[in-house]
Design a protein around this ligand. Sequence first.
Ligand SMILES: Cc1cc2nc3c(=O)[nH]c(=O)nc-3n(C[C@H](O)[C@H](O)[C@H](O)COP(=O)(O)OP(=O)(O)OC[C@H]3O[C@@H](n4cnc5c(N)ncnc54)[C@H](O)[C@@H]3O)c2cc1C
Length: 489
Amino acid sequence: MSLLDRFRRTSNVADPLVTALQHALAPDRVRNDGAERSLASHDASVFEGGVSGPVCFPTSTDEVQRITRIAVEHDRGIVPRGAGTGLAGGAIPLGAPIVVSTGKMNRILEVDIENRVAWVQPGVINLDLSRHLRPRGFHFAPDPSSQQVCTLGGNIANNSGGPHCLAYGVTDAHVLAIEVVLPNGDVVLLGGLDPEPGGYDLRGAFVGSEGTLGIATRIAVRLTKNPPAVRTLLLSFAETRDAAQTVSAIIAAGIVPAALEVMDQRMTVAVENYVAAGYPTDAAAVLLAEVEGLPAGVEIEADRIAEIGRANNATGVRQAASDEERALLWKGRKTAFGAVAQVAPDYYLHDTVVPRAALADMLEKIYEICERHDVIVMNVFHAGDGNLHPLLVFDARVEGTLERVHAAGAEIVRASLDAGGVLSGEHGIGVEKQGYMDELFSDADLDHQNRLRQAFDPTCRANPGKVLPMGHSCADIQALRAVPTGVWG
Ligand SMILES: Cc1cc2nc3c(=O)[nH]c(=O)nc-3n(C[C@H](O)[C@H](O)[C@H](O)COP(=O)(O)OP(=O)(O)OC[C@H]3O[C@@H](n4cnc5c(N)ncnc54)[C@H](O)[C@@H]3O)c2cc1C
């Protein structure tokens, strides 16, 4: 029997947990039907195996607190969920926990321009916040490519990045305070608006914790002033290695552009067919570089970047002549993942980081690995901080393909670690990279990470089965709540 059939069979089972949740919220904001639970059992990753319990749609901190207390009473796990765009399986519920969807907690509560702070609910969509701030001359700097749909709660949980985080820093640098409903139902405020809030930086511990320390219910974010001038350049190269070396040379010259993004030829061809962004399709790679600041400064930096590119064999250097041209260049970059659907129906987007100096070698290694496993790979990545995003493109209906994709992916991850890199630049660990954690961290490291987690969540209630590898408490499948009768059919 398929998972969906099991859900269908069981959707009308009277469940005291569901009844309690419906009393605490409103009946129409607690969904236990097969369709809703099936949706909540997946995210944008390739990982299957999620089984959701009831899906709740709270509107306030108070309601999240009530849901959590009910989870404690019924001894169930609890998984926060934003837009479900995560690529590491972080929002996939394991062991039929209560899923807390923040989709209705989507209000921008307060904008304080004088102090450059906004208070938001966690379900606010990243781009909606920047659109809201634009008329007042500000924006929220982290700009994941998924920013049209992903939420601030998800951004914080994954410490997300984006093309413009090279100069401004990833999400952590833009979060001042977080109100959290802890796994026991208590509400705490981590961090604060003072420049140096007292005590340990528990705000910092929460950012990037992937839903394992509690649920963010209100967030104070830092506002970034829109730059007075911007220059965007597109450099093309006959060799991918030259594009990677240009990136290193720009940083070595002391320039920190707002963005440095590289795309290989397969990707630019797909993007051109998709949105006609104006990329040269005969180049082995293109580098999109953007500098921001005062007009005189950006002119100098743009000229310098062009010079460095030419010195590293750029075959073409073009500066966007208008806002429209600049927007089109960025549209190409931001829709790159969508463009891949022309090549094959499925993709697995990897996320590892290597030292910038190792980028060129690592790219060659990635092509070699994928060729050996007979998998198509396309590359588009945040080159400025060494954050690689090899996209393995495939058709999962073809027998044996997924196995080859996973084998190639595993080699890429291990090659990145061998090159002195780390497991994730921005997508997180979730279930995807759990099995590699003990290749990067020692037992002592993992033990300390586990102890931090247990300080927030001694009973492993929050997003059980994630991040820490097997053998480290909350990851043990035995530690997941027993699945109540009726859920499995
Ligand atoms: C096409 C595409 C492009 C992408 N580009 C980028 C990119 O450029 N940069 C980047 O960093 N990522 C990128 N991502 C990954 C993803 O969009 C980000 O990780 C994003 O921040 C996830 O937000 P979400 O609202 O979808 O969270 P979800 O996927 O719903 O959840 C992600 C994690 O956050 C936890 N969580 C959600 N809400 C809360 C909360 N309120 N409190 C505590 N924990 C919570 C969940 O439990 C889960 O562990 C991309 C994804 C796609 C599909």
